[in-house]
Design a protein around this ligand. Structure first.
Ligand SMILES: C[S@@+](CC[C@H](N)C(=O)[O-])C[C@H]1O[C@@H](n2cnc3c(N)ncnc32)[C@H](O)[C@@H]1O
Length: 237
């Protein structure tokens, strides 16, 4: 018996929706206004161009460079833990400032939830810093106390300022727990905060643990962002 032909299923996809087909026939995908604005801003940004030119993975590298130029955070030979390291530009800066890529130089451990492409001279741990056993893993890999703990950790924005600030604060507290456990006396802790008032308690805790606690908004940090950094020096131990 001849089989009845099934009617073709209605398909909602445009014939040129496939990326390769679009490329072939020259159809450009319409950008959302927000991503068009983002691209325009990136195009004008001197730090984006400098990062491309100097081989940094993101413009964020200049925030740490500017913080180090002002506060003298790094010295050659030091051990550094970089929390929330992906895509890795702070790690690149830390490696170069403590000479972790040369024999007898320092040691840099980059930690992130996300996979991080290898950075020459750095050790990488893919891990949630807030997980219970993260601190013991960090200590084991470091093979000794750290001189500097950096945290540029940030959670994806919810669009709600207070919720975002509280989420960042949880990350800051997690970073402080790491710092208190792994830093040697005299060590330094650099942490990103969102300045909306919720950071006051963190600063109070930092003042108990560190001799110097200073706020800084490096020029590379966008002026329309509420992000800021706290640089805590001379860990009491
Ligand atoms: C702004 S990016 C860091 C940029 C980085 N400093 C650089 O220069 O390339 C923030 C990072 O924090 C990471 N992060 C957020 N929560 C984390 C957590 N609980 N544990 C580890 N990493 C976390 C994110 O995955 C993200 O890669």
């Amino acid at each position: 018996m001849a089989q009845k032909k099934r009617p073709k299923k209605a398909t909602r996809s445009h014939p040129a929706k496939n990326k390769q087909q679009r490329k072939k026939i020259g159809v450009k995908r319409k950008r959302k206004p927000s991503s068009a604005r983002w691209l325009a801003r990136q195009d004008k940004d001197i730090y984006v161009h400098a990062a491309q030119h100097e081989g940094y993975r993101s413009r964020a590298a200049y925030k740490l460079i500017e913080l180090d130029d002002r506060f003298h955070i790094f010295k050659p030979g030091q051990r550094v833990v970089d929390l929330g390291a992906a895509p890795g530009s702070w790690t690149q800066v830390a490696v170069s400032r403590v000479h972790a890529d040369t024999p007898g130089g320092g040691r840099v451990l980059a930690v992130d939830l996300k996979f991080l492409d290898p950075v020459r001279g750095a050790l990488i741990l893919t891990k949630d810093v807030l997980e219970e056993n993260s601190i013991s893993e960090i200590r084991t890999i470091l093979e000794g106390p750290a001189d500097v703990v950096l945290s540029d950790m940030a959670a994806p924005s919810t669009g709600h300022r207070k919720t975002d600030a509280l989420r960042v604060m949880t990350l800051c507290e997690g970073a402080l727990d790491v710092a208190k456990t792994v830093l040697s006396p005299g060590g330094c802790f650099v942490v990103k905060v969102l300045k909306v008032g919720a950071e006051i308690n963190l600063v109070k805790s930092l003042k108990k643990e560190f001799v110097g606690v200073r706020h800084a908004k490096p020029p590379a940090s966008r002026s329309d962002s509420s992000e800021s950094y706290v640089v805590a020096t001379d860990f009491r131990g």
